[in-house]
Design a protein around this ligand. Structure first.
Ligand SMILES: *Cc1c(COP(=O)(O)O)cnc(C)c1O
Length: 375
C-alpha cells in the first residue's frame, strides 16, 4: 500500500500522459515551450485569477513573491507555527524575521487572535516593520481568509496565501490560490496537483507583481533576456512538467477532487467517533493534501502508527515539530506566545493514506486498523 499512490494515477492517465510527454520530446522546446503558457492559462481559468507564473518549485514561488513585494531586512513576516519550513524560509533568506503565530484548535490553521497579538507585539517593540502575513492552507484546508483580511487591513500588512497544499480547495466559493494579495503553490509530486519532479507557481491578480515575477524567474530580464533590469533567479517550470500538469489538472477537475472528498467523508464518519478531526469550515472545501486526525496523546498516536506499520499500512506525522522549536529559528522572537495549540497538535497528529485512487476496500482496511489499534 502506498501513502500517496502516484503509480496508480499514472496507470489511469498513462495514455494521455505518454502522448503529452512525447509531444514535448518531438518539438524540443524544453524551456518555456508552448505547454508552459497553455498550463498557466488553464490554471488561471480554473482558479479565476488573472496571472499564473509557473516556476521551478513552490519555495521559489514564495521567494519570487517576497522579492517582488520587496520584503527584506527589518521586516517581520507572520506565519502559522505549523507548516513546512519553506513557507517562511525564503523571506528569511531575504533578511526578514519570522514571527510564528499559534494555530486554532479546530482547523489548526493560523489563529487570528494569536496573529493579532503578535502583530501588536512587533509594533510595541518597534524593532521590525510588520510586513506580511503568510497564511497556509494547512494540509489543504483553507485558512480563515475573512478574519485574516480584517487584520491585514487594520494594520496595513500584506496578506499572502501559501497554497502549496491546497490546490483544488475552496473557501466561500473561491478557489484556494485566489486569496490575499497574491498566492504561491507547489507541484511537488505529493501535492494535490503534482508533477513528475519539482514545480511551482505564483498566482496573482496584480499586473505589476506578475510582471516583476516574470522578470525575476528569468534572471531579471527586461524587454528581452539580454536586457537585464534587476537581480533575479533562474526559476522556470520545465516544459515536460507543464505537459504532465496539464493532463493532471484535467483529472483533478474531472474526478480526483471529488474522490478526495468521498474518501475524507468516509474517514470522518468512521474515525470521528473516537478521534478529534480537523475541522473544515462552513463553505470551505479541503484539498486534502493529507488526511490527519488527532489521537488522545503521543503514546496513543505512536501505538496506532506502530500497529499500522505491522499491517504494512503507511502513516506519517505532518508535522512532528512546530516551527518555533526548530534549531534554525531558535533566535526568532516569540513575544511570550506559548503555542499551546501547535505543541498539542504536533504531539497527537497522525496522517493516513489519502489520494484519489484509494478504493473503498483499502479505505476500510485502513479504518479498521486505526480503530482496532487501541481501545
Ligand atoms: C510543499 C510546500 C512548500 C514548498 O513547495 P516545494 O515545491 O517543495 O518547494 C511550501 N509551503 C508549504 C506549506 C508546503 O507544503
Amino acid at each position: 500500500m502506498q501513502f500517496i499512490d502516484i503509480q496508480a494515477q499514472y496507470a489511469v492517465l498513462k495514455e494521455k500522459m505518454d502522448a503529452a510527454i512525447h509531444a514535448v520530446l518531438e518539438h524540443g522546446q524544453f524551456i518555456m515551450g508552448p505547454e508552459v503558457a497553455a498550463l498557466e492559462e488553464e490554471i488561471g481559468e480554473y482558479l479565476n485569477v488573472k496571472h499564473v507564473i509557473t516556476c521551478a518549485n513552490g519555495t521559489d514561488a514564495l521567494q519570487l513573491l517576497y522579492m517582488s513585494y520587496g520584503i527584506g531586512q527589518g521586516d517581520a513576516v507572520f506565519c502559522p507555527d505549523i507548516t513546512f519550513v519553506a513557507t517562511v524560509e525564503p523571506a528569511c533568506m531575504l533578511g526578514a524575521v519570522p514571527v510564528f503565530c499559534d494555530v486554532e484548535t479546530q482547523s489548526f490553521n493560523i489563529c487570528p487572535s494569536s496573529l493579532e497579538r503578535q502583530v501588536q507585539a512587533v509594533i510595541r517593540e518597534g524593532k521590525y516593520r510588520p510586513r506580511a502575513i503568510i497564511a497556509v492552507d494547512f494540509l489543504g484546508n483553507p485558512a480563515d481568509y475573512d478574519a485574516l483580511q480584517v487584520i491585514a487591513e487594520k494594520y496595513n500588512i500584506l496578506l499572502i496565501e501559501d497554497a502549496a497544499q491546497s490546490f483544488g480547495g475552496e473557501y466561500k466559493g473561491k478557489k484556494c490560490g485566489a486569496f490575499g494579495a497574491s498566492a504561491a503553490s507547489s507541484f511537488f509530486p505529493a501535492k494535490p496537483l503534482g508533477c513528475y519532479g519539482d514545480g511551482g507557481a505564483v498566482i496573482t491578480n496584480d499586473d505589476t507583481i506578475a510582471d516583476i515575477c516574470r522578470s525575476l524567474r528569468f534572471h531579471g530580464k527586461g524587454a528581452s533576456k539580454y536586457e537585464n533590469i534587476r537581480i533575479g533567479m533562474n526559476s522556470r517550470l520545465d516544459t515536460i512538467q507543464a505537459a504532465v500538469l496539464r493532463v493532471k489538472l484535467k483529472a483533478l477537475k474531472e474526478f480526483e477532487m471529488d474522490r478526495r472528498q468521498e474518501t475524507a467523508a468516509r474517514y470522518d464518519d468512521a474515525l470521528g467517533e473516537r478521534f478529534q478531526l480537523l475541522n473544515v469550515g462552513e463553505g470551505s472545501l479541503s484539498a486534502y493534501a493529507q488526511y490527519a486526525f488527532l489521537a488522545r496523546d503521543t503514546k496513543e498516536r505512536d501505538i496506532i502508527a506502530a500497529r499500522l506499520t505491522e499491517k504494512s499500512i503507511p502513516s506519517m506525522v505532518y508535522y512532528p515539530y512546530p516551527q518555533h522549536t526548530l534549531e534554525v529559528f531558535k533566535n526568532a522572537p516569540t513575544y511570550g506566545e506559548k503555542f499551546a495549540a501547535s505543541n498539542d497538535y504536533c504531539a497527537r497528529t497522525l496522517s493516513i493514506p489519502m489520494h484519489p485512487y484509494l478504493d473503498k476496500d483499502t479505505q476500510d482496511t485502513i479504518i479498521s486498523a486505526v480503530m482496532g489499534a487501541t481501545s
